[in-house]
Design a binder for this molecule. Sequence first.
Ligand code: 5GP
Ligand code: MG
Length: 179
Amino acid sequence: MHNDIARVLITEQELHDRIAELGKQLAADYADKDPIFLGVLKGVVIFFADMVRATPIRSQFDFLVVSSYGSGTTSSGHVKMLKDVSCDIQGRHVVILEDILDSGITLEYVTKHLLEMQPSSLKICTLLDKPSRRKSSIIADYVGFTIENEFVVGYGLDYDERYRNLPYVGILKPEVYSK
Ligand code: 5GP
Ligand code: MG
């Protein structure tokens, strides 16, 4: 698995340190708000688990599942809701947790859908942001790392459902895509 990685972009230590900072920020901003941390599966699982433990305040979890990618490395541009939220978010403070904000098409769809349920507030916290690829007006409120236009894997992010369990964020060797 590690052999397929050309370069480590963000190390375990860097992830840990940045998430500790983001957690402090979220904890301060949501101290008395009993927020719902809403993870967009599956890519967010590892970030979600670390992020909520770095944010030691009264809060609730929920998840939704969307799919926008086929098995390739670019978005199909067509978002499907595979599993909706399972709690009532009306009148609640909701923080969406995402692995990566790329074109923004996924989060545009998700936020539009959630706003119809009238939360008190809705913010976005993404581990990675690729602003150069944006095709929508979505802006994240909390960003872990801003990265260049490169396809990354690891720390929850997949290529064809593999590499999610790498403990760092890395870039695959080009020959892996042509296998
Ligand atoms: P968007 O709708 O913003 O274009 O895409 C968001 C989703 O596309 C992310 O949640 C993620 O699943 C996937 N994605 C975007 N860029 C990358 C990338 O560099 N690597 C991986 N593994 N997935 C990505
Ligand atoms: Mg995702």
